[in-house]
Design a binder for this molecule. Structure first.
Ligand code: 13P
Ligand code: SF4
Length: 319
């Protein structure tokens, strides 16, 4: 519509004026992903967002996603101004892992290497030996298992359980989960496969074990997009946030994409296949962040120094 085009035009102009760049996650609104592509920004998974933000020369990054993504950008690029459409966009994994409780848990197991998912606060990262995202979690865990290390894994218990099964690493699990992925149901997926017997099932590893077990491909958002392209199947049942369909359809045009069934429906399921925090990002608040410099990510200096070590280790490991 004309209103949307007006927003996009203003944002395009301000991105140039303010030496800014738009970095968006695959779960954000199609319009945001489109604009990021059109303006030389990026649309990516959480690891690639971190890499892109560090490589790009813009002095301001607009991070459309959730808070930990903005914090990661700030920690890796303290000299840059990091704005978010809204600082209220958080993540149930981050909420479910308070830094003080987590530190106490780690203190009880000093012989364990501490591995935390990127979906955590800067303070939790500061207590970690490693940060991982879903796209390199397996490789890091294998590396640690090879060295005979025992690990603490936080906060996602489903991702942790998957990694433990795949690598056999000795693991203590924090009890956290993603409210979006937790809702996918193996039974519903198997029922859908009755209707589409040739369909392949693509699953993000934040989903429950029973769902991961029936997957044809398990991986991060970018890995799932790649699988959609590479698998021969014409129909794909996808267990992750529906925002991913925008890029999946571009990557595999002509294929049929089906949302994996969840437990709830309608108002009973606020977060069915769509993250309520990712949904807080819109063209309107991107524009106001650019216009007014609002919703800037600021992280305590000392915390940044401590959280940078395990984050940089992840980037170096995956380079
Ligand atoms: P990815 O790193 O796979 O993009 O995952 C981020 C996330 O929040 C998934 O829910
Ligand atoms: Fe967090 Fe889940 Fe939302 Fe990803 S989809 S940001 S893990 S709540």
């Amino acid at each position: 519509s004309a209103e949307i085009e007006a927003y996009k035009d203003k944002i395009r102009r301000l991105l140039i004026e303010k030496d800014a760049c738009l970095v968006a996650h695959y779960y954000t609104d199609d319009l945001i992903q489109q604009l990021a592509d059109e303006t030389g920004g990026c649309v990516a998974d959480s690891l690639e967002m971190a890499r892109f933000g560090s490589r790009h020369s813009a002095s301001t990054l607009i991070v459309a996603g959730v808070r930990f993504m903005g914090e990661t950008a700030k920690i890796l690029n303290p000299e840059k101004r990091i704005l978010m459409p809204t600082l209220e966009a958080t993540c149930s994994l981050d909420i479910g892992c308070p830094a003080d409780e987590f530190a106490a848990f780690c203190d009880q197991h000093p012989d364990h290497e501490v591995v935390v998912y990127a979906n955590t606060s800067a303070a939790v990262k500061a207590r970690a030996d490693w940060v991982v995202t879903s796209s390199i979690a397996l490789q890091v865990a294998e590396h640690l298992a090879d060295q005979g290390k025992k690990i603490i894994w936080a906060p996602d218990k489903h991702l942790g359980e998957y990694i433990r099964k795949e690598t056999g690493v000795d693991m203590l699990l924090w009890d956290g989960s993603c409210i979006v992925h937790e809702e996918f149901k193996a039974k519903g997926i198997l029922d859908l496969k009755q209707v589409y017997p040739d369909a392949a099932v693509l699953v993000h590893p934040e989903s429950p074990d029973a769902v991961v077990e029936i997957a044809d491909a398990v991986g991060s958002t970018s890995q799932l997009i790649k699988s959609a392209q590479e698998l021969p199947n014409e129909t794909l049942i996808v267990a992750t946030d529906r925002g991913i369909f925008y890029k999946m359809q571009q990557a595999a045009p002509g294929k049929r994409f089906l949302e994996a069934p969840t437990g709830g429906s309608g108002a009973a399921c606020r977060s069915c296949a769509h993250c309520p925090w990712m949904a807080m990002n819109g063209l309107d608040n991107i524009l106001s962040a650019l216009e007014n410099g609002t919703d800037e990510i600021l992280v305590d200096e000392d915390l940044m120094v401590r959280a940078r070590r395990p984050l940089q280790r992840m980037l170096d490991f995956s380079a």
